[in-house]
Design a protein around this ligand. Structure first.
Ligand SMILES: NC(=O)c1ccc[n+]([C@@H]2O[C@H](COP(=O)([O-])OP(=O)(O)OC[C@H]3O[C@@H](n4cnc5c(N)ncnc54)[C@H](O)[C@@H]3O)[C@@H](O)[C@H]2O)c1
Length: 370
């Protein structure tokens, strides 16, 4: 039987937590913004490392310290770890445009793989107690339904390959150096703080942005492809609490909603919460996994049954937020490395907008606390 905690124990627990120092990479991004709020609610001290390439300063609450910088800058990463002595690292920073990753391989591997290795090195060298990593169901590839953690990953795009590389590096760093980790493979997460201006990812945000601009909704293919769209709240809560669940140590978990929906069904549901009858513009199909949903038995067994937020309820919450904040400008990605076989709508956009030639990764100012 669980013994009720007395006041002293409760105080001790809060006091102990208040000394927990966490680094959240990508904390100015969508899921990161929710994880940061969960950690602050636990009285943790939170430092966010984010280069604001896809996130927003406004997403970070004042109670967290925001360091603007790049995870690819290993000197900065090492200095931050030396300065703060983090207990837990939540590594969410990535450019998560799965479909685009074929065309930006170098950027994808630098940012998502090498940047992650910088953090793993620092975590080993500075005795981090738990390294929490958001991987993706992109590691599974096609035709493995429902996706289960015991399946052999067969990623089909550069983004999924980079995520799998980081997962394997974490396993190897655990074996070699005892670095404890928890890996999550989320899928199609949506909700407040999402960058609805990113034209290459997050179909729900793209739809809401198109509706607010009076544009038709664009769908690749016939719209029968399906995904289990997952409201962010329960996902962020599990990620934030995971280092404190002993049974989760050094394990991999699918996380998200169970129920798949077709993109056509989604378009209708988004139209409803935004109060419009959407026009749909069907574009040529792109090269993507047609159906993706995963089995969540493991995460439920380890963390308990998460709160069930229906698609209608989750969309309603996000629509309120999106309508309050308004449409966002969408920009094409500036450094395409291969344009062959790009979806025509993406390629047309590149031609319509003169792109400055940049042959190195974006650099950011000296790290500064902002
Ligand atoms: N949203 C989803 O449906 C989903 C699904 C599966 C996995 N994930 C993973 O979850 C994590 C968070 O995703 P999200 O949807 O919140 O994305 P997001 O783009 O909203 O957040 C990512 C953040 O990382 C930052 N970032 C990117 N590169 C960086 C760098 N080099 N240095 C510092 N900061 C950098 C961006 O500025 C952004 O704030 C990612 O790792 C993503 O791969 C997301």
């Amino acid at each position: 039987m669980v013994r009720p905690r007395n006041e002293a124990e409760k105080f001790f627990s809060i006091n102990r937590n208040s000394h927990m120092k966490c680094l959240v990479t990508g904390g100015a991004g969508f899921i990161g913004a929710h994880v940061v709020r969960e950690l602050l609610a636990k009285q943790f001290q939170v430092v966010v490392l984010d280069d604001l390439s896809g996130g927003f300063r406004d997403n970070v609450p004042d109670a967290a310290e925001l360091v603007r910088g790049d995870i690819c800058d290993h000197d900065l990463v090492d200095r931050l770890f030396a300065q703060h002595g983090f207990d837990y690292v939540y590594h969410l920073a990535a450019y998560a445009a799965e479909g685009l990753s074929h065309f930006i391989k170098r950027y994808n591997y630098n940012n998502n793989l090498i940047g992650s290795v910088n953090l793993i090195n620092a975590a080993v060298n500075h005795d981090v107690k738990s390294f929490v990593f958001t991987s993706s169901i992109a590691v599974y590839g096609a035709n493995q339904l429902p996706m289960r953690e015991d399946m052999i990953p067969q990623p089909e795009d550069s983004y999924g390959i980079a995520k799998l590389g980081v997962e394997q590096e974490l396993k190897c760093s655990h074996e070699m150096f005892g670095l404890d980790y928890v890996i999550f493979r989320p899928h199609n997460v949506y909700g407040e703080y999402q960058n609805i201006g990113d034209r290459y990812r997050n179909v729900i945000g793209i739809f809401m942005n198109q509706i607010m601009q009076g544009k038709p909704l664009t769908i690749f293919g016939d719209g029968t492809q399906s995904r289990a769209f997952s409201y962010v709240g329960p996902v962020a809560a599990v990620i934030a609490g995971s280092p404190e669940v002993d049974a989760a140590r050094n394990r991999v978990f699918n996380i998200g909603a169970d129920q798949p929906w077709s993109v056509n069904e989604l378009a209708k549901a988004v139209g409803q919460v935004m109060g419009v009858e959407p026009q749909i513009d069907y574009l040529p199909a792109r090269n993507e996994v047609l159906h993706a949903y995963s089995d969540h038995s493991l995460v439920k067994e380890c963390f308990g049954q998460a709160e069930d937020v229906s698609l209608e309820d989750g969309l309603e919450i996000m629509a309120k937020w999106a309508l309050k904040h308004g449409a966002r400008v969408t920009k094409p990605f500036a450094n395409i490395e291969i344009d062959r076989n790009m979806p025509p709508s993406w390629r047309a956009q590149l031609k319509a907008t003169p792109i400055p030639v940049v042959d190195t990764l974006p650099t950011f100012e000296n790290p500064s606390t902002v």
